[in-house]
Ligand binder design. Structure first.
Ligand SMILES: Cc1cc2nc3c(=O)[nH]c(=O)nc-3n(C[C@H](O)[C@H](O)[C@H](O)COP(=O)(O)O)c2cc1C
Length: 146
């Protein structure tokens, strides 16, 4: 099974989580930036993990552009797991977060969630990740592998 991790990251925090996840998914797992990801790779992968920074309660623009490039048929029957990065401030909750939105989007297109959508915390816009978040990401990824 080929596992593909597609991520976006402005300041490197989501990339760190993506790499922690890919590390658990096995030696064949690839982590690629959303802007460089080949839409055909989604169709070829047995498992797709999507990770995006939360921007205004939504996935970042590059991840939204990636969704626009992938044909809807590629998601049908696909095992998909999604995560975002976010800040722990209570007031941002009003906007929502990227992961639940991505989850709804792929499910609507016929994908099956391989794990519950998850959010990993950065201390501020540019990071760093809160202590233990890469380890928590690895544990989350182990849940995908089963
Ligand atoms: C334009 C912009 C909008 C943001 N909006 C939110 C938000 O709505 N909720 C939130 O939790 N974090 C928000 N953040 C903080 C991001 O979640 C944080 O920058 C990101 O997790 C860092 O990941 P990265 O290093 O991979 O870019 C925002 C950041 C930027 C730059």
């Amino acid at each position: 099974m080929i596992a593909l991790v597609v991520y976006d990251s402005l300041h490197g925090n989501t990339e760190k989580i993506a790499r922690a996840v890919a590390g658990v998914l096995g030696p064949d797992a690839q982590a690629v930036r959303a802007g460089q990801a080949d839409p055909a790779a989604v169709a070829a992968a047995g498992l797709v993990v999507l990770g995006a920074p939360t921007h205004g309660g939504r996935p970042s623009q590059a991840m939204q552009d990636f969704f626009a490039r992938v044909p809807e048929s590629a998601w049908r029957g696909k095992r998909v797991a999604v995560f975002d990065t976010r800040v722990p401030a209570k007031w941002v909750r009003i906007f929502g977060f990227a992961a639940p939105r991505m989850a709804r989007r792929v499910q609507k297109m016929g994908a099956t969630l391989a794990a519950p959508p998850e959010g990993f915390f950065v201390s501020a816009t540019e990071g760093p990740l809160l202590a233990g978040e890469e380890e928590r990401a690895a544990a989350w990824a182990r849940g995908i592998v089963g």
